[in-house]
Design a protein around this ligand. Structure first.
Ligand code: SUG
Length: 444
């Protein structure tokens, strides 16, 4: 079956800020309190999307979520008009409001786990929105994410998120890698987890955000073949070094798995399991980066592995779309130069500027959700959520018109910001054809 791999990026929302909300995410902690630029952030994200679309890839857009999350604040007992709710909550607890105001849905690699129809026994495309239950500010994303995914993929099975309990902690595609010969062929799915919740704590200082139990349930729900599915444990050491998701130390595409040698608790066992799962389908190609070439600390701070690994039309070998921070770091830059000079599966590296997102620990790969679509599925996907020249121009104008230049964490208590954001998002539903009831504030 012919199929293409589409990238659906999260459009960066108007409240983008540096709240320091994600323990274990070193960039989030380090940049807490900095002045952010929502406008620059959203334009950087759009430019990355345009680069991919111009290179001939299918590029989708997922709309931002409405923040502050007023319905959540009402559940906590704040009442009155939306403005009363925001001001009351801000007086009571600004940290709570910061959590309810994060633009974190931009990192759509955490939106869901996606299994292409070629891997699922019923021949349907399956998506499970991630419950993101470990972090308060992210745990409020999944319902609206489900709505966005249903709008984007009306032909797919979009499951509900897993229960909001730590046994089922799930962070979506950031801990999931699919390998295959061609995108439309049956592939193998690798689920990387940090914690087996039934065995007790993960033994890490920083939170292990993905459990084995969550990964098992998703594989079962998606009707994946047991022999083509691999569950591998992320090394404790990398979680405590700041790899809060596997995609901070590993990325895969087609037959190629590109990873840091410290990524997995049992590297040899993981590679053997991948080889076995791929038997009869393809020969996996492993590109392991040693700590000698790139120390773990550099890999994490420069986000070498949080790159997109893509097959560009007309290119034989894969292209790594890396953040400019990887180019700025002499060790990762030298590694990339050597990589493309060799004759392995990765033949080119392109650098993109997503610095605004990077300061919150979100690189090029965090900003996109990969969805393999057959020709029929692509034809059935919502065309208004696919980036073309016209949508790029409209969204860029929309950002420039509505977004603030600067944002400090304390600005989040400002009711004007809420009004500006909701006005912008209301207009966005028109641009993207999402209907007049897409956001909670439109449904009251
Ligand atoms: O969940 N940062 C996000 C970054 C997500 C990156 N995604 C992937 N690796 N796929 C997170 O930690 C920081 C927000 C703040 O501190 O304001 C934040 O949520």
């Amino acid at each position: 079956m012919l199929a293409r791999e589409a990238n659906y990026d999260g459009l960066i929302g108007p409240t983008h800020n540096y709240g320091g909300l994600s323990m274990g995410n070193l960039a989030s902690a380090k940049n807490k309190g900095l002045i952010a630029s929502p406008r620059a952030a959203a334009l950087q994200g759009l430019q990355k999307m345009k680069l991919m679309a111009d290179a001939g890839l299918v590029q989708g857009v997922l709309p931002p979520q409405a923040r502050p999350n007023i319905p959540e604040l009402r559940l906590m007992g704040f009442s009155g008009s939306d403005e009363d709710v925001l001001l009351g909550a801000w007086r009571a607890n600004p940290v709570l409001v910061r959590n309810m105001s994060s633009a974190s849905s931009m990192w759509s690699a955490n939106a869901a786990t996606v299994s292409p129809s070629a891997d699922c026994a019923d021949g349907r495309l399956h998506l499970t929105p991630a419950n993101l239950s470990t972090m308060l500010h992210r745990s409020i994303e999944h319902a609206q994410t489900g709505r966005a995914l249903r709008a984007a993929f009306p032909m797919a099975i979009v499951h509900d998120a897993l229960p909001m309990q730590s046994t089922y902690s799930d962070e979506g595609a950031a801990n999931h890698v699919r390998l295959c010969a061609e995108h439309g062929d049956a592939g193998i799915e690798l689920f990387v987890y940090g914690r087996d919740a039934l065995l007790g704590g993960g033994g890490t200082e920083f939170p292990a955000r993905q459990t084995l139990q969550a990964s098992h349930i998703i594989a079962t729900r998606h009707l994946l073949s047991g022999t083509r599915t691999v569950f591998a444990k992320q090394a404790r050491r990398v979680i405590d070094a700041g790899a809060f998701h596997n995609d901070v130390v590993c990325v895969g595409a087609k037959q190629c798995l590109f990873y840091h040698e410290d990524a997995f608790e049992d590297s040899a066992g993981t590679l053997a399991a991948i080889r076995k799962a791929a038997e009869g389908l393809f020969e996996p190609q492993f590109v392991a980066v040693s700590g000698e070439d790139v120390p773990l600390e550099d890999a994490i701070s420069a986000y070498l592995f949080n790159s997109m690994l893509v097959q560009l039309p007309g290119e034989e070998r894969l292209t790594l779309i890396a953040p400019t921070e990887t180019e700025d770091n002499p060790r990762t830059k030298a590694y990339c130069d050597t990589l493309v000079a060799g004759n392995g599966p990765i033949g080119a590296v392109k650098y993109v500027d997503v610095r605004q997102s990077m300061r919150n620990g979100g690189g090029p790969a965090c900003l996109r959700l990969r969805v393999v679509l057959t020709e029929a599925e692509l034809a059935a996907a919502n065309p208004k959520m696919i980036l073309d020249e016209a949508l790029y121009a409209q969204l860029s104008d929309w950002v420039t018109k509505h977004y603030r230049e600067d944002m400090a964490p304390n600005d989040l208590g400002d009711p004007d910001l809420m009004r500006e954001s909701f006005t912008a998002l209301d207009e966005l539903t028109g641009i993207m054809g999402l209907g007049g009831d897409f956001y909670p504030f439109q449904r009251v």
